[in-house]
Unconditional design. Structure first.
Length: 64
């Protein structure tokens, strides 16, 4: 299994496709990352789900 995974999601601000690089640490993590298109800050939450991962993103002022 690769330690990094590349996923495409939609920015919660501009709605454009963005690419996220997710590190598979096996632990839940949350961080802030700027959209590659509109530069707005969004919260990213990565949660392990068995052999998969779940990724959630939202606007900076919203809760995950």
């Amino acid at each position: 299994m690769d330690a990094l995974e590349y996923i495409t999601m939609l920015c919660p601000y501009c709605g454009e496709k963005i690419d996220l690089t997710i590190e598979r640490t096996g632990e839940e993590e949350s961080y802030t990352e700027d959209c590659q298109v509109c530069c707005c800050p969004m919260h990213v939450r990565v949660m392990p789900a068995g052999n998969d991962i779940e990724v959630f993103i939202c606007r900076e002022n919203e809760s995950l």
